[in-house]
Design a protein around this ligand. Structure first.
Ligand SMILES: [Mg+2]
Length: 370
């Protein structure tokens, strides 16, 4: 198994957990990407519902691992179950890009949460247990001159902003989803990264590659497939803008930041435990918890094979391969026939390329039986 044993700076506790499974291993388990595998925006991909129902009926464990977010897990789940005709996906089967951030509540109290839509994204962070969750709109309310070209209407400010004490420092910035007002967000983020200890409206008197407060991105997708004919900029593009501006303001120093989401190992290590816990629940065993400590796989104690099914070689497949899972690529999303010839560096799936999620699952099960 090709695992990079590394630690994030936020996870330094060394509590060893006994991950040994008390009952015989299950032959196969799945992790599915959502967009391009199960859904196209709000439309189910043919046979996706049938596939999930088959897995449920046959008690084959699976989770959903998406780089999407901006909503509480409960809201996203209700929408998924509605779109996927009541396949009864459970809340502990869903990992959004920012789900692992729920374990940062003991590190940070006051956080600025970027991206997504008000009030949903603030609610998602509050739901994780952060004591004070601020949004750019709160800074705009406090002083509209913070970004002279701000887009919020008075109604939006009245409806969605909260008051806060500007003399209380912000502890961290978390980008939960793509920004909806990039100008305002960029300005406030850069202000804080170069502030005196996270105090808005202040400016530190030194340059460094270490920002004044940490910034964590929930994914690094440069592009995503939206309803326009060519892909649109995602959070990864926003990250490039932040990094370039930071470098410019800090005499060429590269920003020291943190990234979650596929293909990052943090995302897979977290998903690995969520999958184990879901399997344990199916078998009436106690939860092991999904807090990240060591960034490694424990699922080989429980399953002979874990298969990541995705449509994007650069995220789903690259991350799955690197983590030591099996990988299956589907043709219903980002990947198109001929892509491997165009870009020879694209990560190749270990189990093959399949027409759709149904073929990927059925043929993976067949391969495992042999
Ligand atoms: Mg996808």
């Amino acid at each position: 198994m090709k695992l990079t044993r590394s630690f994030t700076r936020f996870y330094t506790t060394c509590n060893f957990i006994n991950h040994k499974s008390p009952i015989p291993k299950t032959p196969i388990a799945f992790a599915f990407d959502i967009d391009g595998v199960l859904l196209h925006s709000k439309t189910p991909i043919p046979k996706a519902i049938e596939t999930l129902k088959y897995l449920k009926t046959n008690k084959i464990p699976f989770i959903l691992l998406t780089n999407g977010g901006g909503y509480t897990e409960k809201i996203r789940l209700d929408s998924l179950n509605n779109l996927l005709s009541n396949t009864n996906i459970e809340i502990d089967q869903l990992v959004q890009s920012h789900t692992p951030m729920k374990y940062l509540t003991n590190k940070f109290n006051n956080v600025l949460v970027i991206g997504g839509i008000d009030p949903f994204t603030r609610d998602a962070a509050i739901n994780y247990g952060f004591k004070k969750v601020l949004r750019p709109i709160d800074f705009v309310k406090e002083n509209p001159n913070i970004w002279p070209f701000v887009k919020y209407s008075k109604e939006e400010i009245d409806k969605y902003s909260i008051s806060f004490n500007i003399n209380e420092p912000i502890d961290a910035i978390m980008v939960f989803n793509d920004p909806r007002d990039m100008g305002t967000d960029l300005q406030i983020i850069l202000d804080l990264l170069c502030s005196k200890n996270g105090l808005i409206g202040t400016k530190r008197d030194y340059i460094s590659n270490k920002p004044s407060i940490p910034i964590i991105f929930s994914n690094n997708d440069l592009l995503w497939s939206a309803n326009y004919k060519i892909p649109r900029f995602g959070q990864g593009a926003f990250r490039i803008a932040i990094r370039e501006l930071y470098k410019e303001l800090n005499n060429g120093n590269e920003l020291n930041d943190t990234v979650y989401g596929k293909p990052q190992i943090e995302s897979y290590a977290f998903a690995d435990k969520v999958l184990i816990d879901y399997w344990r629940k199916l078998n009436n065993l106690k939860s092991i918890g999904s807090e990240l400590t060591f960034l490694q796989s424990y699922s080989n104690e429980y399953f002979d094979n874990v298969v990541m099914v995705g449509d994007n070689p650069k995220s789903d497949i690259a991350g799955g391969n690197n983590f030591g899972w099996e990988t299956a690529l589907v043709k219903t999303g980002v990947y198109k026939d001929g892509d491997f010839e165009i870009d020879r560096n694209l990560a190749k799936p270990t189990l093959g390329v399949f027409n759709d999620v149904y073929d990927a699952v059925m043929q993976s099960i067949e391969k495992v039986r042999k």
